[in-house]
Ligand binder design. Structure first.
Ligand code: PLP
Length: 390
């Protein structure tokens, strides 16, 4: 129930990668038969990704994953402006990879606006319009929220951002293989993706990047070797790229059927969890990922609940564990959910191998754990006494 954290590699993906680890191991930059074979494999993989997602091959830059892509876009663009445009806007519910990059850029003198979101986690277009400035270089949007699954209205956001001559970056890491990416490619200048969220290998991802008139839109950030038109130096990882292409192809091929199957399972689980007394959904709205749900249970200690569930079912609550404390999820608190309730929340993210039997078991396990937690909580016992007295 934690497939938004990561997914296993599909068997077909492992099989596609294997030859490139041992036998066809050449460096794709080498000018001999071994290198040509590796280069061909990468070109074929790039064609597969481009054709599957209906984007030009040139718009794909390989990275080690979404975090690297985010760093390349945010820091790469920021450093290239030579101080001309020193402002960025980022949604307050962004992934930590984006928020930490922005923190670093602030230390270097950039101005960052953390845009609030509403109770559904959606960006207010009026607030975005008000936050845009003549020196706004980039707006960074989390297209598909990893904790709630909510999808942002990219077309309207893109209109505002481009009318201001700013660039739009979409963190679409969680959208790949789960929903159509057409809005991302239509409205964003940059987007990032990661293979391990879509049944591909860890340590590989890519940046989507609309080229400018020089054919090169992303400033070089990782220097060395001149690979990928100097936009990201370093030897390309043939097996992982081949595996990622296979994973993307398989996910897209099955997208419609899997969306129906998984959303039916998710809805069943969500409806069941919401039957628990006072349970509250944190991912309401129809425009959301088909596999994700997020529910809070008042009068429950979130960390105790996770520990109780730990050995039985893998769920997440998005809280950030620091050295000495556990902080509530910034995604939920940014939606106005009080810290205590945010701590007592659970994200379930279903995957390819999730069965209806597993969903039923999960429902039973969580229901029992919540009831046990509450049985030990004096406040739960007293919850109606105030109302009864009045
Ligand atoms: N952005 C989002 C929305 C994510 O969910 C993740 C992964 O958890 C990342 C970025 C980082 O991805 P990676 O593990 O490929 O660096």
């Amino acid at each position: 129930m934690d497939y938004n954290a990561t997914t296993p590699c599909r068997k077909e993906v492992v099989e596609a990668m294997l030859p490139y680890f041992e036998h066809d191991f050449g460096n794709p930059s080498s000018d001999h038969a071994h290198g040509w074979m590796a280069k061909d494999a990468i070109e074929e993989a790039t064609t597969t990704i481009a054709n599957t997602l209906h984007i030009p091959e040139n718009d794909i830059i390989y990275t080690s994953g979404a975090t690297e892509g985010i760093n390349m876009v945010l820091k790469g663009l920021a450093f290239e402006t030579n101080g001309k445009k020193r402002h960025m806007i980022v949604t307050s519910n962004a992934h930590k990879a984006v928020l930490d990059c922005c923190g670093y850029l602030e230390e270097k003198g950039f101005d960052i606006t953390y845009l609030p979101v509403d109770s559904q986690g959606l960006v207010s277009l009026t607030e975005l319009e008000a936050a845009l400035r003549s020196d706004t270089l980039l707006v960074s949007i989390l297209y598909a929220n990893n904790e709630t699954g909510m999808l942002q209205p990219l077309s309207k956001i893109g209109e505002l951002v481009h009318a201001n001559n700013s660039l739009l970056f979409s963190d679409a890491t969680q959208a790949l293989g789960k929903v159509s990416l057409t809005p991302v490619f239509e409205h964003s200048d940059f987007a990032c993706f990661s293979a391990h969220k879509v049944y591909g290998p860890k340590g590989i991802g890519w940046v989507y990047c609309k080229p400018n008139e020089n054919g090169k839109a992303l400033p070089g950030f990782i220097h060395g070797g001149g690979q990928q038109k100097g936009q990201r130096g370093g030897t390309l990882n043939t097996p992982l790229i081949v595996g990622m292409a296979k994973a993307i192809f398989l996910a897209q091929e099955n997208l419609e059927k899997e969306t129906k199957r998984i959303s039916a399972l998710r809805d069943f689980l969500e409806e069941g969890l919401l039957q628990i007394d006072q349970a509250i959904s944190n991912s309401t709205g129809t425009h959301r990922l088909p596999n994700t749900l997020n529910v809070s249970f008042p009068f429950v200690d979130g960390s105790k609940l996770l520990t109780a569930l730990g050995l039985k079912v893998a769920v997440s609550n998005g809280s950030a564990c620091k050295a000495t404390s556990v902080a509530p999820s910034h995604v939920l608190t940014s939606m106005g959910i009080p810290s205590g309730l945010a701590m007592a929340s659970i994200r379930c993210s279903l995957g390819l191998s999730t069965t209806s039997e597993e969903v039923k078991q999960t429902l039973d396990i969580i229901t029992t754990a919540v009831e046990r937690q509450r049985a030990d909580n004096i406040l739960w016992e007293q919850r109606y006494s105030k109302t009864e007295q009045t």
